[in-house]
Design a protein around this ligand. Structure first.
Ligand code: 8YV
Length: 330
């Protein structure tokens, strides 16, 4: 490679360690700065990256706020997010700075839906409680009334946000003989609703008070921040179980923990939290809550496919085409 080609290669800065195959391809294509040590970048490091990069590849752990965007005003042209959700990016600031944003939808749908189902099965069937008892050496043998949970089949699941992941959960729920209900800003086309045998609720409160399980699958936006606040959570039935594989900030965690503690909600399965990676200590105290470390899309297949999408989005953009997964411009 000559000095000239090296100089003309676009500068791509990746904020976290990505799968090897993706990093290798990036090194072949771009003047890439990887983060092999996988040390999360602080605010100053992110601003510095924005100042020097043509393309920034952040993840959910990076706060791409207005200051980072401002730092990139002379250099940064594309934010190619590794992940579907873009709530950690100040999209309005990026729009003002004429920066394109892309994401990686579609390739993590099935894995995230699987994890939501795993949580939905785990809480009512007390799977992690059983595992803990056994490993602690506290199991004295089978007994007719030991670790009784609740049946899955024949129950009602209310899905909040019926996009790709919500629909993938609905398909799985159907196979478990669970009746699917949903709330969404815009009702699904009748054909899809029919296929999923899903019942639409225009009014979220009305749906919540009738469900046995509730799964949160909407994006985090200003409108959905604490969508499930204390008053709304009180609408759940005392035997209801709440699952969240979307974003922690959609639920008021303190309120949820309080209501579970006093038996107003039966339990929860959470893969996402308000202050990741800090976990609300009140949640840690509760037995009937399953807590996972934001691993909805953590399969080799999904993470490689997400990386492939990032590569395609960058390449298309640099070649002067419209990237396939554009969040901005709309
Ligand atoms: C990703 C996710 O792992 O894609 C998303 O929005 O929540 C996760 O599954 C994470 O966002 C990567 O940035």
């Amino acid at each position: 490679m000559t000095d000239k080609t090296m100089r003309t290669r676009p500068k791509v800065i990746v904020t976290r360690k990505l799968p090897d195959s993706i990093e290798t391809r990036m090194a072949e294509l771009f003047d890439v700065q990887l983060n092999l040590a996988d040390k999360p970048m602080d605010q100053a490091a992110l601003e510095d990256a924005a100042r020097h990069a043509d393309v920034l590849v952040p993840t959910v752990t990076d706060n791409i706020n207005a200051d980072v965007i401002k730092a990139g005003k002379n250099s940064l042209k594309l934010i190619a997010n590794f992940g579907a959700g873009v709530n950690h990016i100040d999209v309005a600031a990026a729009r003002g700075a004429n920066i394109t944003i892309t994401n990686t939808p579609g390739v993590l749908t099935e894995d995230t839906a699987d994890l939501a189902m795993a949580l939905l099965l785990s809480v009512p069937r007390r799977i992690f409680e059983g595992e803990k008892i056994l490993r602690a050496g506290d199991w004295s043998g089978w007994a007719p009334t030991f670790l009784m949970g609740h049946r899955i089949q024949g129950k009602r699941l209310g899905i909040i946000g019926m996009g790709r992941i919500g629909q993938a959960i609905a398909k799985r729920a159907k196979a478990f003989n669970i009746a699917v209900h949903y709330h969404k800003r815009n009702r699904l086309p009748v054909e899809i609703e029919g296929e999923l045998e899903a019942t639409y609720w225009d009014n979220l409160d009305e749906m919540l008070s009738r469900m046995d399980f509730v799964s949160v699958n909407c994006p985090l936006t200003e409108e959905t921040h604490h969508l499930l606040g204390r008053e709304r959570l009180k609408r759940l039935q005392p035997h209801a179980v709440l699952i969240n594989t979307a974003r922690g900030e959609i639920i008021d965690e303190n309120a949820l923990a309080d209501l579970i503690e006093v038996g107003r909600i039966a339990g929860a399965g959470l893969d996402v939290f308000e202050e990741e990676p800090t976990i609300n200590p009140k949640l840690l105290e509760l037995e009937n809550v399953v807590l996972l470390p934001h691993m909805g899309s953590a399969t080799v297949e999904a993470r490689v496919a997400m990386g492939e999408k990032v590569l395609i989005n960058i390449r298309a953009f640099l070649d002067g085409h419209k990237s396939p997964d554009r969040v901005l411009p709309f």
